[in-house]
Design a protein around this ligand. Structure first.
Ligand code: ISE
Length: 337
């Protein structure tokens, strides 16, 4: 059986998802597309192999009787509204990160899903599907380095445009670490502090870049994440876990090592869509398979909410400079694994 997908948002990642659903993955076909910019919707509908109706409004995609499941990849502030509409229509929905712009918004989605009585939402947190993170988690879970004591992470983008502001370093970028690190450590955050070194000359007035975000977890692990979105040299994701008996690092993506012109080098990727390309494939294939099996198991609305509770605290910490408590309520039994 082929799952008929409606896609809202056909920009960078939306178009990529349409391509992968059509050319790479099994079991789904894109039948409807919309974008705030009609040219983007038409361009996505014209990709090789795509045969989709183009709609002017995302709500029309959700309402379309042809659409069985919804994929949301529109502008971040629209995610909550479309996810709630998909839940109300009883359609499974894959929503790109962040699930909503605040914990309050995510909570509305959690409440609506519980009210609907079954899991309908998967959040587009793809890092738990990445082979490197999975290997790192296995090393920790197997006890290979003892209990994790410290983490040093970096999330670097080569550059961002003028519309990217200081808060987006949290809601749009760090949100990946906020999800993947609680999954990696089987832990939750207790508090956070944000510090700003001198800014790079490659940023603009509304973006302090880089930033250092420091967490303490409930089990007492200390985590430093450097977010540096104008680092110039490439897209670089680092995660080093210092344990009681050893140190484990996220593997680098494989690349050819070259000796030439009196130097030894390996290329670094520059586009985040390429860095996690197989993880994006795996998360969406899992969604398609799980919808067919009638049971969603990927990152849940609760995971989206947990990341957002931490993100809200980071936003406060950006402003007050001190330590801010992160209080995640008890997980409802509805989301028990
Ligand atoms: C983008 O939306 C992503 O998801 C990337 O992984 C992240 O590195 C980038 O900063 C975001 O803008």
């Amino acid at each position: 059986m082929t799952l008929k997908l409606g896609v809202i948002g056909a920009g960078a990642i939306g178009k990529e998802h349409i391509r992968r659903c059509t050319q790479v993955l099994q079991g789904a076909t894109v039948v409807a597309v919309s974008d705030i910019n009609p040219d983007s919707a038409w361009a996505a509908a014209a990709l090789p192999g795509v045969c989709a109706e183009v709609y002017a409004d995302g709500h029309d995609v959700i309402r379309s009787t042809d659409v069985e499941a919804v994929l949301i990849a529109s502008w971040d502030p629209t995610h909550e509204e479309y996810t709630l509409a998909a839940i109300a229509a009883g359609k499974p929905v894959f929503c790109e990160k962040p699930l909503a712009m605040s914990a309050e918004g995510c909570r509305r989605i959690v409440d609506a899903e519980i009210e609907a009585g079954r899991r309908l939402v998967q959040v587009g947190f793809m890092r738990p599907y990445d082979e490197g993170y999975r290997a790192l988690k296995k090393a920790i879970d197997d006890g290979a380095i003892g209990a994790p004591l410290l983490l040093r992470c970096a999330h670097r983008n080569p550059k961002v445009d003028e519309s990217y502001t200081t808060d987006m370093a949290i809601t749009n970028t760090l949100i990946h670490e906020l999800d993947v690190l609680r999954w990696l450590l089987n832990d939750d955050y207790r508090s956070v502090q944000v510090r700003f070194p001198r800014s790079t000359s490659h940023t603009h007035g509304r973006l302090k870049d880089p930033q250092i975000v420091s967490f303490e977890t409930r089990k007492g692990t200390l985590i430093d994440v450097e977010i540096f979105v104008n680092c110039q040299y490439g897209y670089d994701i680092q995660c080093e876990v210092v344990g009681e008996t050893g140190v484990a690092r996220l593997p680098e993506p494989s690349a050819v090592q070259m000796r030439r012109d009196a130097s030894l080098s390996t290329a670094i990727l520059t586009d985040w869509k390429d860095r996690f390309i197989t993880a994006y494939d795996a998360e969406l294939q899992a969604f398609i398979n799980d919808v067919a099996a009638g049971r969603l198991r990927g990152p849940s609305a609760w995971d989206g909410y947990a990341a957002s509770v931490a993100a809200d605290a980071c936003l406060k910490a950006q402003k007050n400079g001190g330590s801010v408590a992160i209080a995640l309520p008890e997980r409802p039994s509805f989301y028990a694994c």
